[in-house]
Every structure is written in C-alpha cells, then in structure tokens.
Write a protein that binds this ligand. Structure first.
Ligand code: NAG
Length: 355
C-alpha cells in the first residue's frame, strides 16, 4: 500500500464520518422542526458530554459568595423545579441538585451515610459536615429529587433557611409527568450507558433508606428490550410501572407534604405552584423587587430538550461499534502508512548504499 491510496481512503473515511454527522443533524433538525432545534441539539450534546464527564456546566461558578443555605427545595422532580431553579438563579442563588451530586460524585456515598445516620439514630453529624462542604462551594439552595428528601433534617440544621415545596395542580398530574420522564430517561440504567456511567441508582437507594420505599428492579427481558447486544431500551421501568407503584408514589408525595406542614411553621414553608408566578415566591423569600413582580415567571419545560437528549443518546448508543470501528480503522491506516513510509525510506537507503 502506498500513501496515495491511504490518502484516498482517509478522504473516504472523513467523508463517511462527515456524512454520518450531517445525517444526524439533518434528521434532528427535521424531527424538531422548531426554530430553536439547533441550540437544543447543541444543548443535548452538551448534556450527554456533561453527563459522561459528570460536569454541571449551567451554574455560575462564584465560590466567593458563602451566605450558607437559604432555600431548601422539598418538591419532587417534575413539580416545576427547573423553572424554579431558573427563578432562584435570577435571584442570585447557586442551586445544588441531582446534577450537582453527579458533579461531586464523592458526595454520593456521604449522602447515603447521612441518610442512614439520620434515619436510624437521628444523628445529623454526617449531614452537617456535608452541608458545610456544600456551603463552602457557594451553594445557597437545594432543589429536586432526591435532595428534596433531606428538606426536614436540613431545615433542622439551618433554622433560618426556608423550605420551598414546589407542587403541581394535583398529585395525579405530577405522577403522570414523573412517570413520563422516567420512561424517557430510564435508559441511563441500560446498556451501554450503565457501562459508561456506572450505577445510577443512588436516588432509589436514598428513597429506600429515608422513606422505606420498596426497591424495584428492572430486568431483561421483562422490562428491557435488547435490539442489539450493546444497546437496550427500558420500555417498562419497574419503579413507576410495577403494580402499586403509582399509589406508592402518590402516597409518598402526600405524606411528605403533610410532614413538612406539620413540622415547619407557616412562615418557613411555601407550597408553590409555578403557575402562581413571582409574587408569592418573592414575598416568601423577603425579596422586594417590584420590577421582577411584573415579569413572567421562568417557564422551563425540559421535556422536549430531554427528548432530544434521549434521541442523541440512542443514536450514539446504537451506532457505538460503528463509531469505534471508524476510529480504529483510521488509526490502523495511519499506522500502516507510517510503516510503509519507514520501509520505503529504508529500502531507498539500502539501494543508495549498494550503488
Ligand atoms: C453520629 O455519627 C458520627 C459518624 O457519622 C459519629 O462519629 C458520632 O459519634 C455519632 N453521634 C452519636 C451521638 O451517636
């Protein structure tokens, strides 16, 4: 093989990879048919990369502001937490949520230990030390499941912090949305993501420790479809689909809300539906901002961007061997060409010597 043929096959490979990427983009643009589809796709790629790298890119890195924890989110995922996060950021907060837990993966075993200690002995030592570390990084608010499960012990540790319980119109509506998003993002526990990301079950572990929620397991082939050996689709997530799970989740939501209402004085707890807009939130947090009060409350519906994320992840996952093979092929051709060049140089040298 000479380097000319290598060059032409290199060009072929580049064209092949390029057209694959273009194909992906074209189909995505067609699928979305929305003006923001490109930024959404870029966001989706960023999310996937962030997830694999366990990095949270969307918060402001201002570690200097250490005011301590001020707002404790008690609401579950899909109760308007993303819009609320946006609102809290506008108010200058730095929000600690599930993605922050993944970013600081060393926190995860500490959350689990803190949950055990609190549940078994009402011992808050580990939780307090973790909270101090989180505060030292400038976080001033917590949000979303599973950090919400710690709202009451955290409120005990920070008597000046306020508890924000985001809710939907009713629990049925909330569960529908929660179940829907669990179906959409449940593939994270499937191949190949479970090989790449590792176990993503700490939210369920915390749920079991703190709320005695029974553990469920999604198995192949009952819950998981495996079209390719390296690519699985979770079509029936046990945690929301198993018999009795809907009732369990709704009972948990209701009971948790009741416990918060019974434990906290009214001025420390706000049941907040994002439909109510800025006014109740500003009043609750003691923020006097007449201008903001006139503005629309942030409306982040991440359902469609998560749909894009899922779609991108499926394309990457299903084609995994193709991506790996293309890379390997390219490396092989480059190596072959290098060897060929060295060999021909050596032969040329031999010839010159003999002559
Ligand atoms: C609470 O837990 C910590 C370890 O997390 C332990 O060192 C401490 O002795 C415990 N306190 C009590 C009163 O049991």
């Amino acid at each position: 093989m000479n380097c000319h043929s290598w060059k032409s096959s290199y060009t072929t490979t580049v064209l092949l990879v390029g057209s694959c990427c273009l194909g992906v983009l074209a189909v995505a643009a067609q699928q979305q048919q929305q003006s923001r589809s490109n930024s959404k796709l870029a966001g989706a790629f960023e999310f996937v990369l962030d997830f694999v790298r366990r990095k949270h890119s969307s918060h402001i890195d201002d570690d200097s502001a250490t005011n301590g924890m001020q707002v404790l989110g008690a609401g579950f995922a899909r109760s308007g937490t993303k819009s609320t996060e946006e609102a809290l950021k506008i108010l200058g907060h730095k929000v600690y949520d599930t993605r922050s837990m993944l970013e600081h993966s060393e926190h995860i075993p500490r959350w689990l230990r803190a949950a055990e200690d609190y549940k078994q002995h009402h011992n808050l030592t580990e939780l307090e030390s973790l909270l101090k570390d989180i505060e030292a990084e400038g976080y001033t608010a917590t949000l979303d499941f599973p950090v919400n499960l710690f709202a009451l012990p955290l409120a005990e540790l920070r008597p000046n912090a306020k508890v924000l319980f985001t809710i939907r119109d009713n629990e049925e509506k909330w569960f529908e949305s929660w179940s829907d998003i669990t179906h959409l993002m449940g593939h994270l526990i499937c191949r190949p993501w479970k090989w790449l990301i590792g176990n993503f079950d700490f939210p369920e572990q915390l749920l079991t420790i703190l709320e005695d929620f029974p553990r469920t397991h999604s198995h192949y082939p009952e819950h998981i479809y495996r079209p390719l050996p390296w690519f699985e689709i979770l079509h029936h997530p046990a945690i929301v689909d198993d018999p009795g799970q809907k009732e369990r989740w709704i009972a948990l939501h209701r009971d948790f809300q009741k416990r918060c209402q019974e434990t906290l004085p009214p001025d420390r707890l706000l049941l907040f539906n994002v439909k109510q807009g800025w006014a109740p939130l500003l009043q609750f947090l003691g923020v006097d901002n007449a201008e903001l009060r006139q503005h629309d409350f942030p409306n982040v519906n991440d359902r469609s961007s998560l749909q894009t994320v899922r779609w991108v992840m499926d394309v990457v996952a299903a084609g995994l061997p193709v991506w790996i093979a293309l890379q390997s092929y390219l490396a092989y051709r480059i190596a072959r060409c290098g060897v060929a060049m060295i060999t021909s140089a050596a032969t040329g040298f031999e010839k010159t010597k003999r002559a």
